[in-house]
Design a protein around this ligand. Sequence first.
Ligand SMILES: [Mn+2]
Length: 325
Amino acid sequence: MWATLDQVIDRLKQGRNVCVIGHAKPDGDAISSVAGLVAILERYGIAAAGCIADQLPWYYRSLPGTERISTPDKVRGQSFDTTVIVDSSDLSRIGGAEVLLGGAPPDITLDHHRTNEGFGKLDYCDSGSAATAMIVLEISRAMVPLDEELAQLLLLGIATDTGFFKFANADAEVLARAAELVQQGARLQPIASAVLEHRSLSTLKLLGRLFDTIQVREEGKLAYGWVSEGMLRETGCTDQDTEGFVGEIRALHEVEVAVLFVESPPGEVHVSLRSKSYVDVSEVAAALGGGGHARAAGCSLHVERLQEAVDQVVAAVAQAIRESS
Ligand SMILES: [Mn+2]
């Protein structure tokens, strides 16, 4: 049921033992929103645990506060009177953490994905928010004073979901909130260094292999490339190492939509879609069973061969480009 943020905050304050869950394959905003909300509840005097189905990518672990997040097996025996799901457009996004709900809908969902249709007892989704961490920051204002550790945790989600303040969603509100967090002692440099400068040599070699696959269509407006299971194996990489690769394709001059295909495991293809200024890729992703934002979306396809996924998605994106221009 759609709720106001005040209703969500009232419900949160009634919790005695809260479990905060983020989406599988976590990004900076999911990590920031889970750890940030757990930190807020702790400061307010409510016991809280953070949980994400997959291990955090290793380079986030250096950031203080992220140790508040564990995997479902670590918290499974505990009982919770309140469950909160953050930064997830639907229940399936939390993957293996669903066991913690015991078949019941979550008590609260907090999100900013426009494709979210509401799946909790109380749902708050603001697609005008650049990050779920922006919503968590709003919650913190109503519950606890901002301190350095909390500010640092919340800056992570705001920085990463705005592409370090360069995407179209980096508006005055985002910059004002970020400035406020920096004023409180948060530092952008450790976040930028952890998130943007952690590539291993094998990941760079994989990126080189991806560049070799890049194809351009629709008079240069569509560019796509792929990472096959074989390419991962040969370079000693995992699908997690492809984070940020789609942005490298979007960097091509005159491209409007960039698409990255990652095959892992065989038969499963993860598709990342990014647009620069006018194509709504969340519609393309939603039509293929995925979701996301207007400028950043994704879906997963089960296919016999990687090429099938490529053909299907490229045709859909090409059509979306023709219809929008
Ligand atoms: Mn987000």
